[in-house]
Design a protein around this ligand. Structure first.
Ligand SMILES: Cc1cc2nc3c(=O)[nH]c(=O)nc-3n(C[C@H](O)[C@H](O)[C@H](O)COP(=O)(O)O)c2cc1C
Length: 217
């Protein structure tokens, strides 16, 4: 696929067919993830790939529990700009609910872990803010999703599982106190279609040379 088309049509896919995703396809996506940039080329991430029913079911149960709690915290969306915005919000909510109820059926689920390591250098002037460690993990996550899209596989970046990190680590035998979850990414062939997701126009949020100087697209 053309790279720009791949990027433009990569969006959250949360409903999958029963068609399998092969280990080779997952490995291709993981190689693409590994090519992502990281601060000082530290490459901090580890991946935990779930393809077997038992670990997927264990993680899916904690995902559902986490999502149930998160969903209850959502504000009542009574005030939308227009019906289109309200409909878009409802679609995302319904698809997210569907994923929470069916994660165990996704052909594969990949956990992106980042280590709990100090990431703030200091000198005689004090600590230096060089950005957060997760900034070195999310490029890998997005590369993974883009590679999957190029193979016709849908993905969704998710993080609510962090609410139950300890339980997931115990279920999968991940050592305690060494990692946190950067993302949980289910993958499978889309039950619907890939498409270009609605976004703000780039021109609306782009400033040329000085703040406030915007151009029309
Ligand atoms: C950091 C991050 C966390 C997210 N967490 C969740 C999640 O826990 N559950 C979920 O269903 N979607 C989650 N999403 C997916 C977003 O809801 C989705 O990317 C957004 O609605 C845009 O979807 P679209 O590309 O299909 O338009 C997350 C996305 C990001 C980038």
């Amino acid at each position: 696929m053309d790279a720009i088309e791949t990027i433009m049509t990569t969006r959250a896919i949360r409903r999958y067919t029963d068609d399998p995703v092969t280990d080779e396809e997952i490995q291709t996506c993981l190689r693409a993830a590994q090519q992502g940039p990281s601060g000082g080329n530290v490459q901090p991430q580890q991946y935990v790939v779930l393809t077997e029913a038992e670990p997927k079911a264990a993680v899916a149960e904690w995902y559902r529990t986490a999502f149930d709690r998160y969903e209850r915290s959502l504000p009542d969306p009574t005030e939308f700009r227009d019906e289109a915005q309200a409909a878009s919000w409802r679609r995302t909510r319904d698809a997210s609910r569907h994923l929470a109820d069916h994660l165990q059926d996704a052909p594969a689920v990949v956990l992106f872990l980042q280590p709990l390591i100090p990431w703030t250098p200091s000198d005689d002037q004090g600590e230096m803010d060089i950005g957060r460690l997760d900034a070195s993990v999310y490029p890998a996550v997005q590369n993974f999703c883009l590679a999957a899209r190029a193979l016709g596989i849908g993905t969704a970046v998710t993080t609510v599982i962090r609410i139950h990190t300890a339980e997931v680590f115990e279920a999968l035998g991940i050592p305690d106190g060494r990692f946190e979850i950067a993302a949980l990414v289910p993958m499978g062939r889309p039950a619907g279609n890939f498409g270009v997701a609605p976004r703000k126009p780039a021109a609306a949020v782009t400033h040329w040379n000085r703040w406030g100087d915007k151009r029309r697209d």
